[in-house]
Design a protein. Sequence first.
Length: 298
Amino acid sequence: MKVAVVTDSTAYLPAEIAVGHGLHVVPMRIAIGGETRLEGRDVSAGEVAHALREFVPVSTSRPSPAVFTELYAELAEAGHDAIVSVHVSSQMSATLSSAQLAARDSRIPVTVVDSGTIGMAMGFGVIAAAESAAVGDPAESVAETARRHTTASETVFYVDTLEHLRRGGRIGRASALMGSALAIKPLLTVRDGHIEPLERVRTTAKALSRLTELAAKTVEDLAEQPDVDGVDVAVHHLDARERAETLTERLAERLTDARRVLLVELGAAVGAHVGPGTLAVAVTPRFTGRRRIVGASV
């Protein structure tokens, strides 16, 4: 591919999909009890969940500009003409700033895209961008493909407690729920790049039902748009695999317009902020005329 597509580990792309689409993933940094590790390489989501349950300090930090500088240089050396670098919402992380700083010194043009979201809501957009690059589209088109898909995506998620979001400063206007956090099971969403409250439910069982209903409504609304040709869906979880499998099965049965319903565990970086027990559903439309890499799997 003449245009290389870069993202960060908070897209939570399954490894086989990232490799199959020729994507380059920059890891976030995770500190557990003062020891810094790299997401997706030497720390697992399970380790983070265990640390949080044991009240071991967990923090996250962006990749440094130097990491992006090195990767961009490697891609230029490999013969790429341009780079499209798609990253987690700038409202949630400073990762975008690191990419922008590195882009200034790159030997080849780098277009940095703020996805305005996180998880597979970003990941599906990155995949679409890779498909665009694979058929020879110019960097501007590849970047616009990423923006179009991530902007149209919807994410709804459930957390056992808002405490982890509060501690990490990622809660945004959802802070309005804090007064009753212990009495409710909050459902949240991503709007304009940050987290907002959506609904309140009283039990985990009701949260699962509402996640199913809200995802179905999103798919129905998208299906009515003339330029949409099906959707991609991902179910995320942290240390809640049984619940996530149940939710995935429900969605697979209910969402007839879904091209695929993936089950993807949240990684350490996001897990550190949402906490164990989290469930999320990401829905991204496939637009008419979208082309795919032969042999690649989504």
